[in-house]
Ligand binder design. Structure first.
Ligand code: PAF
Length: 307
């Protein structure tokens, strides 16, 4: 497995594979790899002859006060994991190589970036689409694989690739969860034991919404209330009643909900009822850690046809 630091070497490497007739898959990451990332590598290996991963903690997608400096960096461990997964090369450029003095060109992200994460993390997607486009320029691959854990990011990158005629197929991979439901994330390592327990409210809220849809609930407002109650640590009406008399009830909840919404799965626009494929998206803070998670909610075909 090659470890490449220079964009020119990376480009030559990809072109030499493609000249040999091999299809090339790319898995962009910021490192601190977990099973979620490795599952993306496996998808790429299924679809392509050769898989390259990138490891770069991209400063332009972090806002002021976010965890850029704290973000875990573990190159040796990550390289071992990727080698075992059969990756042919890692592209791990330095910050100076990606953003040398005088760098000033940024991509204006597509409209779908403006809502949700775009509102809570201004300029985040500007940094994401810029670095992803730069990675695509360094590694002109056939396919690139992104996790659906970052649902909006996946949609933003799809739109960018379409709008800018990138010619790389954007492939998505399932969310990978811990056995108790917590979506895998490099940021989970920031959580203390008690915070990790409370972090479970995100996946529980999504499961509660999914169960309600299974039981016939179609009103988005009601689904959002179910998620909000769960995030607050109040999963049932009994608990809600006890919250009125017990000031400590609900302390099992998250510390702050940025959003807990059900929106159109394609456009991320608000919905009144579930008459088309929708996605429940949550961003919440537990302690100082900001977590995101999501679940696609699909109404029955007959309901969609009757729309
Ligand atoms: O999802 C991530 O890890 C990052 O946002 C990405 C796509 C590698 C760009 O830095």
């Amino acid at each position: 497995m090659e470890v490449i630091h220079s964009p020119d070497v990376a480009r030559d490497f990809v072109w030499s594979l493609r000249r040999e007739g091999k299809s090339v898959g790319l898995v962009p990451t910021m490192g601190a790899l977990h099973e979620g990332h490795l599952s993306l590598v496996r998808i790429s290996r299924e679809l392509c002859d050769a898989t390259i991963a990138t490891i770069f903690v991209n400063p332009t997608q972090f806002g002021p006060g976010e965890d850029l400096e704290q973000y875990p960096r573990m190159m040796e461990r990550d390289s071992d994991l990727l080698r075992k997964e059969g990756v042919v090369a890692i592209f791990a450029p330095s910050r100076d190589v990606m953003y040398p003095d005088g760098f000033s060109t940024m991509i204006d992200p597509p409209a779908i970036s403006r809502t949700l994460e775009g509102q809570f993390r201004p300029d985040h997607f500007r940094g994401v689409v810029t670095v992803v486009m730069k990675l695509f320029q360094c590694m002109p691959c056939d396919r690139a694989v992104f996790g659906r854990k970052d649902y909006q990011q996946w949609k933003v990158i799809e739109a960018m690739a379409r709008d800018l005629n990138v010619g790389i197929e954007i492939v998505d991979g399932d969310i990978v969860r811990e056995s108790d439901g917590l979506a895998m994330s490099s940021r989970n390592r920031y959580l203390s034991d008690s915070e990790r327990c409370r972090a479970l409210r995100l996946s529980e809220a999504l499961r509660a919404a999914e169960r309600a849809v299974g039981d016939g609930q179609r009103e988005v407002e009601a689904l959002q209330q179910i998620m909000q109650r769960c995030l607050n640590g109040l999963s049932g009406e009994d608990q809600e009643e006890s919250a009125k008399s017990d000031p400590n009830a609900g302390t099992n909840g998250v510390d702050q909900v940025d959003y807990a919404v059900v929106v159109d799965a394609e456009t991320l626009e608000p919905l009144d009822s579930l008459d088309r494929p929708a996605v429940a998206l949550i961003a919440a803070r537990v302690g100082s850690t900001r977590l995101i998670d999501n679940q696609v909610l699909t109404p029955t075909l007959s309901e969609m046809e009757g729309r």
